[in-house]
Design a binder for this molecule. Sequence first.
Ligand SMILES: [Zn+2]
Length: 161
Amino acid sequence: MQDCPAPFTGYRVSTKFFHKNEGRYFVLLITPEGRKTTTSLARYTLSIKEGRLLGRNETADHIDNNRLNDHPDNLQVLSSRDNSKKYRDFSGIKHNAVDLICPICGRSFTKRRNQTHLVKPSVHKITVCSRKCSGILSTKGLSCCVVDVSRNIVREYKEKA
Ligand SMILES: [Zn+2]
């Protein structure tokens, strides 16, 4: 157990653990009064990033829709309502989407299949996460890769029958 930063000052936190049914990471917190409580790693991380506890009606949204990517840069506060809307929109395209790992920065992300090198021609035969990484790729080439290129495509979603 470790001491927590604000806004969890006085709390202790366990290392993250994977919750199979929820399909995401959680942490165990011990309150200053010694009570045990669990919260998702996303919610915990975002509270620290925001410097405040999230409200009852606020959720920790994964910007790239990958619930395993709990990096602070990938988390934002959304109302429960906006979060479910985002999820519905995303599920709509999910059947023609691909999960990828950016070979340049190692971030995981999801793209429509037709925006990847599986459909669009690409000199390097890979797809990167952002304009920034695409810039790095074109100036430095693949020598700056942090991820094995063969791992670029993680999973493809079949089109709805
Ligand atoms: Zn990247």
